[in-house]
Design a protein around this ligand. Structure first.
Ligand SMILES: NC(=O)c1ccc[n+]([C@@H]2O[C@H](COP(=O)([O-])OP(=O)(O)OC[C@H]3O[C@@H](n4cnc5c(N)ncnc54)[C@H](OP(=O)(O)O)[C@@H]3O)[C@@H](O)[C@H]2O)c1
Length: 330
């Protein structure tokens, strides 16, 4: 039986693993390597052998103590790619390539900065893509967040879409996915020297974002906003109406509320919405992976580290200078 086979295979592996644990909020140096027991599967929960994971802006916030619901000690990390190591679920197969992301991963229960992770079966998703583990690790959280934002805006081929905060890893994923769909993508950055990089991702045009003002008079069918409240009012003035969509996905400037906002800032007949990747729609995730496979998309790897180098990986995450996803192989 699968359940027996799984546990047998699991028991052949060693009993201890390495895990990166935060005991106290603070600088990257708070990420401490420890030896821990390999987790055991239990009803409704399976163990994944993590092969690689991507780093996220949100993990830097959590590490610094900015996620009030996260209690330390905690292994953080909100996404991973790997193989099912042990399971009691008839829907999963030991050795199957999978991904896990979001939910309470790395928040209410231990996350991906370790060799094996115990996750709810409901939070394990197929990974039907080829490529090495580091490349696959660029996809789940950035790709799904970009895809959810695209779906929220009901974007279709031929439309013009602005990605505000285009050099962010989620922004890059949004540019590549929409370009593959046949969308005319414009991307923003505060750094003129990033124009060529953004065009290599598929952006037809690049607009500079100077002190929160877009250096263009153009309007767009949809805008995906990653910078957040500080640029929201300016973005709304570049939304076509009626029928435009503005989706707030990120708060890169770290300002989460907006004084002086009026509903009448939303252009008449257009829509303001937000996307949160907390709850994963399996169909959307599968659609996104299919598009990546069909169009042979490769989200850029900004830098690659091993688990032992996690402090250096977080230092680069905090610097915000990686051109692409920072990935850690395990
Ligand atoms: N809603 C969700 O479910 C969800 C899921 C994942 C991520 N997110 C959010 O999406 C955003 C992007 O995440 P990420 O991990 O992709 O980010 P990231 O890769 O760390 O973003 C780096 C980029 O952010 C830009 N940036 C940094 N500070 C900025 C500021 N004050 N104003 C304008 N731009 C700034 C820089 O662009 P330039 O220097 O080129 O201008 C930089 O290249 C974050 O806010 C993250 O929390 C949301």
């Amino acid at each position: 039986m699968k359940q027996d086979g799984s546990v047998t295979l699991f028991n052949q592996w060693r009993k201890k693993m390495r895990a990166v644990v935060i005991h106290q909020a603070g600088a990257p140096q708070q990420l401490a390597m420890e030896e821990r027991p390999v987790p055991q599967p239990k009803p409704g929960w399976s163990v994944i052998r993590i092969r690689a994971f991507g780093l996220n802006h949100a993990e830097s916030i959590t590490r610094r103590g900015g996620s009030p619901s996260v209690q330390f000690p905690r292994v953080i990390g909100i996404e991973a790619v790997g193989e099912v190591a042990a399971t009691q679920s008839p829907a999963l197969t030991v050795g199957e390539r999978v991904t896990t992301l979001m939910g309470e991963l790395g928040r209410q229960f231990d996350g991906s900065y370790e060799e094996y992770v115990l996750v709810p079966d409901t939070q394990i998703y197929p990974l039907p893509l080829s490529g090495d583990w580091a490349q696959l690790a660029t996809i789940p959280e950035s790709g799904y967040t970009a895809w959810g934002s695209i779906k929220n805006c009901q974007i279709v081929a031929g439309q013009s879409v602005l990605v505000r905060g285009g050099t962010s890893t989620v922004g890059i994923a949004a540019i590549q996915l929409m370009t593959a769909m046949g969308v005319h993508v414009t991307a923003t950055t505060r750094r003129a020297e990033k124009s060529a990089f953004l065009k290599r991702q598929g952006a037809e045009a690049v607009v500079l974002d100077v002190a929160g003002k877009l250096q263009t008079t153009a309007n767009y069918d949809a805008i995906i906003e990653f910078v957040g409240e500080v640029t929201l009012l300016d973005s709304l003035t570049h939304l076509k109406h009626p029928g435009g969509y503005l989706n707030v996905t990120g708060e890169l400037a770290d300002q989460w509320t907006l004084d002086g906002f009026s509903s009448f800032n939303i252009p008449s007949g257009s829509y303001l919405t937000s996307f949160q990747s907390t709850d994963i729609n399996r169909q959307w995730l599968a659609e996104m992976m299919q598009l990546i496979a069909d169009k042979h998309l490769e989200f850029p790897i900004g830098a690659q580290f091993t688990l032992d180098e996690i402090v250096a990986a977080h230092e680069l995450l905090d610097a915000g200078t990686a051109d692409g996803k920072i990935v850690v192989t395990v």
